[in-house]
Design a protein around this ligand. Structure first.
Ligand code: DIG
Ligand code: MN
Length: 402
């Protein structure tokens, strides 16, 4: 990555309530604002930046953390001493900019060797090479001090259905994750793994395509406690799922180890758009959920500036993502305190039935009472829930007039 001229971002006043601050825990991968604008049909439109420049600019915008792919800092096949030197240099640069490194990862999808898969490749030699690359990247993450190691299984999947036995592939995936979990345990590293689901692209169909698949898979691992998920808004949207509900299920399972916030138009390829630029309602409820459920993890923006942007302007995608998060957070706080909202929700939760029937806690007595009680389902059905009013208030909050 090559440095470019310093750029002036939007001048925010000190009184700006939406100015990003360290306590917001906003993070960016080097690959986000460093994205060079290439796509499957066109060359790069930007030169990219040196890591040191990215760190300086992101810190200046108010970011809290910066994530790395080891490939962006040193070659996987470089000698150990060189890899270790690169890790120490990156760690120092991060500290010099007052940042932290919440997450690290390695690219198991760029080099041609991964064209048929990585952990699930049919060639055992490719699987062994994948383990080597991953173990080296884990060592790198430990040296940098990144507590989360992200695994996006970009090439773990198929184009030709007949190419591999899907049960065998999942077994290989499980063996590989078990192997790296044992390695981290033996090394005494303070590292947990986050599996990042995505339904397709670059393979026609990916293993572990959504949050639910990943959560079910984690439950079958030898060390399930060491593995969680990194959910991405664009990825769950590509699967035609509502990101807010995907995040809720992972949170409820205690498995939301990391989150990739961005945005995405439905029924399209992975767009990694600026957070809040498309689906404001999902963004609003996701921010509300993360804040109200006290999610303590990084707010990572896995965002690629539009290909059209000049190098001096890519920072608008970072600043815009962070500002939108803070604007929605403030709206969510007012929404939660709005008596008109609570009047609707509180009314809907109330019931005049006998209290001992309303418990979900089993007892033989409750079971007997429930079986014998004469309910009036028609009367229950007559309740009106006033969700049109509730949702209109939601829209007016998002529109900025509530
Ligand atoms: C793509 O959504 C993936 C890679 O950019 C990276 O491995 C991961 C971390 O956010 N997201
Ligand atoms: Mn991602």
């Amino acid at each position: 990555m090559t440095a470019t001229e310093p750029t002036k971002t939007g001048e925010e006043t000190q009184t700006d309530p939406y100015k990003p601050r360290k306590e917001d825990k906003f993070s960016f991968g080097l690959w986000t604002m460093g994205n060079r604008g290439h796509d499957g049909f066109g060359e790069a439109t930007r030169r990219g930046f040196k890591p040191a420049y990215l760190l300086e600019k992101l810190a200046g915008l108010g970011a809290w953390g910066v994530n790395f792919q080891d490939d962006d800092l040193v070659a996987s096949e470089a000698p150990l001493a060189e890899r270790s030197r690169a890790a120490r240099q990156f760690k120092q640069q991060v500290e010099d900019n007052g940042l932290v490194t919440p997450m690290g990862t390695t690219a198991l999808f760029v080099k041609p060797v991964f064209k048929e898969g990585a952990f699930t490749a049919v060639d055992p030699g490719v699987r062994a090479f994948t383990l080597q690359k991953t173990l080296r990247a884990i060592d790198f993450a430990a040296e940098v001090g990144a507590p989360i190691f992200n695994l996006w299984g970009a090439r773990e999947g198929v184009d030709a259905e007949g190419s591999k036995d899907p049960l065998e592939a999942l077994k290989r995936y499980r063996e590989a994750i078990g192997f790296i979990c044992r390695y981290v345990e033996d090394q005494g590293y303070n590292i947990k793994f986050a599996l990042e689901p995505k339904p397709n692209e670059p393979r026609s169909d990916s293993y572990l395509p959504t949050a639910g698949h990943a959560l079910a898979f984690i439950a079958t691992l030898d060390q399930p406690d060491r593995v969680g998920v990194n959910l991405e808004l664009a990825h769950e949207t590509i699967a035609n799922l509502n990101f807010y509900h995907e995040v809720a299920q992972a949170l409820e399972a205690g498995k939301l180890f990391h989150i990739d916030l961005n945005d995405q138009k439905v029924m399209r390829y992975d767009q990694n758009m600026r957070f809040g630029s498309e689906s404001l309602k999902i963004a609003f409820f996701t921010v509300k959920l993360l804040e109200e459920k006290n999610y303590a993890g990084p707010r990572h923006f896995d965002v690629h500036p539009y290909r059209t942007e000049a190098e001096a302007d890519v920072w608008d995608a970072a600043l815009g993502s962070m500002r939108t998060y803070k604007i929605l957070k403030e709206k969510a706080q007012r929404f939660a305190a709005d008596p008109r909202i609570e009047a609707i929700l509180g009314q809907n939760r109330r019931s005049d039935l006998p209290g001992d029937l309303l418990t979900a806690r089993y007892s033989p007595e409750t079971a007997r009472r429930l079986k014998d009680y004469r309910f009036d389902p028609d009367r229950l059905a007559r309740k009106g829930y006033r969700y049109e009013k509730l949702d209109q208030l939601t829209i007016e909050y998002i529109l900025g007039i509530a």
